[in-house]
Design a protein around this ligand. Structure first.
Ligand code: PMP
Length: 328
């Protein structure tokens, strides 16, 4: 029996991909981070950042965690805060989906909504408001996952060793996307220490500056940047593969239907990149693809045919089945 839900974070399964990999020589497996209790790899990071802040005295009993995120890091922080009795306030721009806001509130977090149409450095921007709350609320602390080095470090200490053990040291290629870069940097550092020949492949949305090329917007959430975060060590990446939104989303849907693993859009990016790269590998290779979160976060996005069509990212449309269709 676990003392708290936090003890169930990590030790996520490594699952072989058998059908979407047809015709490819290497063994290819997904590290399914959706199996963390909060549904993403960020549970690990939330625990680590909070433990570090407690150790340094930045966060004390009864303290308040303030962050400007609606994503997986928010869920992780809200979960840890619930267990440890901290107050948690998230500052989000008004474009965020109601589902995401409801999810944070479900864990007992408070949510402050700010205007989207203000300059990023304005005091009314979500960052500006978060800064002000952190200054004015006594005992407040901002984790800042983009500069907090506990982020890559927890992947160096947990995700990396798990992958090494799960592949019995046979891994030859690692594929993952980069948001803060914590996952790829931490895991790669560990793996390259064990075997410097392991190839690290960055999966990047078209439009992100990380893999070079002209910056423009993209729809896949959680990965790609218009700056290089402090938590990302780009020198560890051997090759980049760029993937379009359409390919990312269609791959996420293929993986749900053909492997039975419900993953998010950024996993689609990583798997699409991995499958493309795998064409140059042999049957002696063992590729691990990091899948950061669950597809349940995106039912109204890439798993919704209408949303895809509205964004000109069409997926085959499905005519509704009648009983007659089903039994004929
Ligand atoms: N995918 C999703 C859905 C995410 O939320 C994140 C975190 N921003 C990532 C990928 C990238 O992980 P990292 O921040 O460790 O680079």
């Amino acid at each position: 029996m676990y003392e708290t839900i936090l003890q169930s974070v990590g030790h996520t399964p490594l699952v072989k991909l058998r059908r979407v990999t047809e015709g490819l020589a290497p063994t290819i497996a997904a590290k399914v981070e959706a199996m963390n209790p909060g549904g993403s790899t960020k549970d690990r990071v939330a625990i680590a950042m909070i433990a570090d802040a407690e150790k340094r005295g930045w966060l004390r009993p009864g303290g308040t965690i303030i962050e400007a995120t609606a994503g997986n890091t928010g869920v992780g922080l809200a979960m840890v805060a619930a267990v440890k009795g901290y107050r948690c306030i998230f500052v989000l721009p008004d474009k965020m989906s109601n589902e995401k806001i409801a999810l944070l509130k479900a864990y007992g977090a408070e949510v402050v909504i700010t205007l989207t149409n203000v300059a990023p450095d304005s005091p009314e921007s979500y960052n500006g408001v978060a800064d002000r709350l952190a200054r004015e609320i006594p005992g407040a602390w901002r984790p800042n996952q983009f500069t907090n080095l506990s982020n890559p470090e927890i992947h160096y200490r947990t995700t990396g060793p798990e992958i090494w053990e799960q592949t019995e040291g046979r891994i030859t290629a690692l594929v993952g996307g980069v948001g803060t870069g914590g996952t790829l940097s931490g895991v790669s550092k560990y793996l390259k220490e064990r075997n410097p020949d392991i190839k690290i492949i960055g999966a990047d949305p078209e439009g992100s500056v990380l893999s070079g090329g002209a910056p423009h917007g993209w729809k896949v959430e959680g990965i790609g940047e218009d700056f290089v975060p402090k938590t990302f060590n780009s020198q560890l990446v051997d090759d980049w593969v760029r993937v379009s939104d359409a390919e990312s989303f269609h791959m996420a849907r293929e993986v749900a239907r053909r492997e039975g693993i419900l993953v998010g859009g950024s996993c689609g990016t990583a798997i699409a990149a991995g499958l493309r790269y795998a064409r140059r590998l042999t049957a002696d290779d063992f590729m691990v693809i990091i899948c950061p979160d669950t597809g349940r976060n995106y039912m109204s996005k890439c798993f919704d045919d209408n949303w895809l069509a509205a964004n000109k990212l069409q997926w085959e449309t499905h005519t509704p089945h009648t009983v007659g269709d089903l039994i004929k």
